[in-house]
Design a protein around this ligand. Structure first.
Ligand SMILES: C[S@@+](CC[C@H](N)C(=O)[O-])C[C@H]1O[C@@H](n2cnc3c(N)ncnc32)[C@H](O)[C@@H]1O
Length: 245
C-alpha cells in the first residue's frame, strides 16, 4: 500500500480537490488532539455511541484471522472492538483523510502494542481497496463524503465472497422535534453547512447504494432515528462482474 512517511503512515493517495475537503482536514487537525474526549459528547452528552459502535462491529460477523478496513477511522476508536473480533492473526487497516487523526490512531496502536494494524492516509473515494477484504466498516464519517455511493461501490468490489459492509452514521430523523434534529446535524458543522447536509440527505444515497450493491441488506434506525446502521454482504468475490440489477 505504498511507502511510509515520517509519521509511520503509508504514503498519501489524497486527492484534495476542493476547498470543502481542505476545510474538513483543517477542522479535524484542530479536533484531533482532544477527539477521544470530545467525541464522548458526540453528537450530544449521553448519546449511546459505544453501543452503536458495538452493534456495527457485530453486524460485520467477523471471525478470528479476518481482514477488516475501517474507512475514515479517525483516531481508531473502533480498533479495540475490531481487535477483539479478529484477534492477533487478523488484520485491521485504518484509512483516513486527516493526518492528525491518523497520528492519534498511531499513538493508540503503539500504546496497545498492536502489530496487525496499518494506517493509510487517503481520501475514501480515491482509496485503492486491497483485494480479499473480509469486512469494511465506516462509523460517523461516510455522510461527510459527497461521493459516498462511489465509496460503497469500490469497497463492495474488493470484498471477498460473502464479505460484509457496515455503515453507522447520523441522520435527520423522519418526524423531527427540533432538539432531535439538532442532534443529527451537530456533526456536520466541521465540513459543510447544516443546510447543505440536510438538503443532500447523504444517508439516503448510502442506503440506495448499499441496497443496490449488497445482498442481505438491512437498514436499522437507531436512537429515535438520529442514526442508522446499514449492513449487507457481497454477492460475489473480487474480480467478478459487479451485480447488475
Ligand atoms: C467524526 S470523525 C469519525 C472518526 C471515526 N470513524 C469514529 O467513529 O470515531 C470523521 C472522520 O472522517 C474523516 N473523513 C472525512 N472525509 C473523509 C474522506 N473523504 N476520506 C477519508 N476520511 C474522511 C475525517 O478525517 C475524520 O477523521
Amino acid at each position: 500500500m505504498g511507502r511510509r512517511d515520517a509519521a509511520g503512515l503509508n504514503e498519501h493517495t489524497v486527492s484534495q480537490t476542493d476547498s470543502t475537503r481542505e476545510h474538513l482536514i483543517a477542522t479535524y487537525r484542530k479536533k484531533a488532539k482532544h477527539y477521544d474526549i470530545t467525541s464522548r459528547l458526540y453528537p450530544a452528552p449521553g448519546y449511546p455511541q459505544r453501543t452503536q459502535r458495538l452493534r456495527t462491529v457485530q453486524a460485520l460477523g467477523l471471525h478470528a484471522g479476518d481482514t477488516v478496513i475501517d474507512m475514515a477511522c479517525g483516531t481508531g476508536l473502533n480498533f479495540p472492538l475490531l481487535q477483539k473480533a479478529v484477534g492477533p492473526g487478523g488484520r485491521i487497516v485504518g484509512v483516513d483523510l486527516t493526518d492528525a487523526m491518523l497520528a492519534r490512531a498511531q499513538d493508540r496502536i503503539k500504546a496497545n502494542g498492536w502489530s496487525n494494524v496499518s494506517l493509510v492516509q487517503a481520501d475514501a473515494v480515491g482509496f485503492d481497496f486491497p483485494a480479499e477484504v473480509d469486512a469494511i466498516l465506516s462509523t460517523y464519517a461516510l455522510t461527510q463524503v459527497p461521493e459516498c455511493a462511489e465509496v460503497i461501490a469500490h469497497g463492495t468490489a474488493a470484498l471477498s465472497a460473502g464479505g460484509r459492509w457496515a455503515v453507522l452514521d447520523l441522520k435527520v430523523p423522519g418526524s423531527t422535534p427540533e432538539w432531535l434534529a439538532q442532534l443529527g446535524t451537530a456533526t456536520v458543522r466541521p465540513f459543510a453547512s447544516i443546510d447543505e447536509w440536510i438538503m443532500r440527505r447523504p444517508w439516503e444515497a448510502i442506503r440506495a447504494a448499499m441496497q443496490e450493491e449488497l445482498a442481505d441488506f438491512a437498514w436499522t434506525e437507531l436512537f429515535f432515528g438520529t442514526a442508522f446502521l446499514a449492513a449487507g454482504s457481497s454477492r460475489s468475490g473480487p474480480g467478478q462482474a459487479p451485480h447488475q440489477p
